[in-house]
Design a protein around this ligand. Structure first.
Ligand code: ELE
Length: 290
């Protein structure tokens, strides 16, 4: 079986509330050397919607030495800015941009969603970032086909949904685009269902486990490693989702991760050590050595 695309939605490290490029690059290079193929900048885990355009462009520039492996999330509530980011992405010759649809506002007409993606993809090929729970809009296969009919250059979709039926419909009914799973829990399913890859926030800290899922997807160990990752992702949720990932990166990889940006508050010392204790119990349960 052909290798699937492994995409890491990188955390964005802050120092004194400024994007810390040097920590970002060290962490990005570490996961890349660990075997992950694409670095996804300004996704959800990267606090994308809280980054200004100059901050996103700063990150784009920080990874200018490895353009083929970079995807920039440029979706926003200001299409002109999103288009500007896609133009910059083109200059840097990165693999492509990803884009959340316009979010928060209700009543976006379907034809406006089609226009949004068509206009954006005139600048740079687009991976649609479908996250219905947070955006309020579900970009289903029929909408993608409308975007393509309208001339949109759509190269893939990142499906952050547990609705596998929607994911499989897109795989079935939209020709020639890559279909990526978004939830950490669906990496194994991406292999077993013949999808094209996965985007997993947990790969920031758990890329070695992700590689083990890849190596073992066709046997029972694949399930075991996926369940190990699921338990770590559940702990991450318990200790404060995105904020906890910074600590989990440091605990599992030894690479500095910087701080999140408030209102994602940094974990207290007590929480970090309680998290580490619970992580160690999970490692022990699965007989996993760091
Ligand atoms: C995940 C989202 C959703 C990874 C990104 C990703 O960060 O951009 O915790 O499942 O809501 O799909 O982060 O994460 P959860 O693509």
């Amino acid at each position: 079986m052909e290798k699937l695309d492994s995409i890491v939605p990188l955390i964005t490290p802050f120092t004194n509330n400024r994007v810390d490029k040097s920590i970002a690059v060290k962490h990005g290079e570490d996961v890349f050397k660990g075997g992950m193929k694409y670095l996804f900048i300004a996704g959800t885990t990267g606090l994308g919607p809280s980054l200004s355009m100059p901050e996103r462009l700063e990150l784009l520039d920080a990874f200018a030495h490895m353009p083929d492996n970079v995807i920039l999330q440029c979706g926003s509530l200001n299409l002109e800015e999103s288009i500007e980011m896609a133009k910059q992405a083109k200059k840097y010759k990165i693999y492509g941009v990803a884009a959340l649809p316009p979010y928060y506002f209700t009543g976006m007409k379907r034809e406006w969603l089609v226009k949004y993606y068509t206009k954006l993809s005139k600048e740079e090929p687009v991976i649609i970032y479908n996250y219905p729970e947070t955006t309020g809009y579900n970009i289903t296969y029929d909408i993608i086909n409308d975007i393509k009919k309208a001339g949109g250059d759509i190269i893939g979709i990142k499906e952050t949904t547990f609705n596998m039926n929607d994911i499989l419909n897109t795989k079935m009914y939209v020709p020639d685009i890559k279909v990526y799973t978004g939830p950490d829990q669906f990496i194994l399913s991406a292999f077993r269902l013949g999808l094209d890859g996965y985007v997993s926030g947990a790969s920031n800290y758990g890329y070695k486990i992700v590689k083990l899922i890849e190596e073992n997807y066709s046997n029972k160990d694949g399930d075991r490693y996926q369940f190990l990752l699921n338990e770590l992702a559940a702990l991450s949720g318990k200790y404060g989702t995105i904020s906890s990932i910074y600590d989990m990166v440091e605990i599992m990889t030894g690479v500095k991760a910087g701080n999140p940006r408030e209102p994602f508050f940094k974990l207290s010392m007590e929480d970090r050590s309680a998290l580490e204790k619970e992580m160690n119990a999970v490692f022990k349960k699965y007989n996993y050595k760091l």
